[in-house]
Design a protein around this ligand. Structure first.
Ligand code: PEP
Length: 273
């Protein structure tokens, strides 16, 4: 079943105390979030237990930002998928562009992480997206296609049913630039078609595909109104409870209700340096 999901990727931000306070603010505001919208928070590893406690009993789900590509053993500094499942994580973000860019994650690594996440009952939020130059060279479809094929096409249809996809153009992440709703919808529809061609129409229809990249209260409504955009993976704006909640309300609320929440620049295409 396709779901409306708004997921907050806190990245390497907040102390445990700040993260717990943010989680509590979100819990307190949950009555303002439409019942069919699923909120997910992805704090740093060391926050997971405390934030998990803070959101217990609420409708907010817990996600990790990464997991190891090995099940256990001598891998210093790594955290295994079964450890995450064991402390109550329901989701894990995989293939975030920062992991690909700064930590050299390849499709081969991600295939291993994907398998371990699924084996342990975690729902992967699998990130794909092109770099600025790839967009400017009109290669974005090819890049996204390869990222989808290399990591998802080895899954069974049953496994694919548990995967959430996040399209995050790298040039839009943390830059204040946002894909236009037309640019985002075009790629989301393309991703859904790739999934349909490989796994069948029903699995593609049921697949939740999120947009990520400077999504905020001022642009979420337009993005979420697109037929193939089912929600957002939110970085910066997830660190302010009011903004995150306003984004979660963007499926339904009027423009007036957005007054007073922080906005940002709209689009457009990046320019070459
Ligand atoms: C992200 O890193 O997943 C992200 C979408 O970040 P931001 O919203 O800050 O662009």
């Amino acid at each position: 079943m396709r779901r409306k999901i708004v997921a907050g990727n806190w990245k390497m931000n907040t102390t445990v105390a700040e993260g717990v306070a943010l989680a509590k603010e979100l819990v307190a505001a949950m009555s303002q979030v439409p019942s069919d919208v699923n909120l997910v928070v992805a704090p740093p590893f060391v926050h997971l237990t405390s934030v998990g406690e803070a959101i217990k009993g609420s409708k907010i789900a817990l996600s990790a930002q990464n997991c190891a590509d090995q099940p256990k053993g001598a891998f210093t500094g790594e955290v295994a998928a079964n450890m995450l499942a064991g402390i109550g994580c329901q989701y894990v973000i995989l293939g975030h562009s920062e992991r690909r860019q700064y930590y050299g994650e390849t499709s081969a690594t991600l295939v291993a992480k994907m398998a371990l996440a699924l084996e342990n009952g975690l729902q992967p939020i699998y990130c794909v997206g092109e770099m600025k130059d790839e967009r400017l060279d009109n290669k974005h479809f090819d890049v996204v296609k390869a990222q989808i094929e290399e990591v998802l096409f080895g899954l069974t249809p049953e496994q694919m049913g548990h995967v959430v996809i996040a399209y995050e153009p790298v040039w839009a992440i943390g830059t204040g630039l946002t894909a236009t709703s037309e640019q985002a919808e075009e790629i989301h529809a393309f991703i859904r078609k790739l999934i349909a061609d490989k796994f069948g129409k029903q699995i593609a229809e049921d697949c939740t595909i999120l947009y990520g990249g400077s999504c905020k209260p001022s642009n979420a409504k337009e993005l979420f109104a697109c037929p193939d955009i089912d929600g957002g993976l939110i970085g910066g704006a997830s660190l302010k409870a009011a903004d995150f909640i306003a984004i979660a309300q963007s499926y339904t609320i009027s423009d007036d209700a957005l007054d007073g929440v922080s906005g940002g620049s709209k689009i457009i295409m990046p320019a070459r340096d």
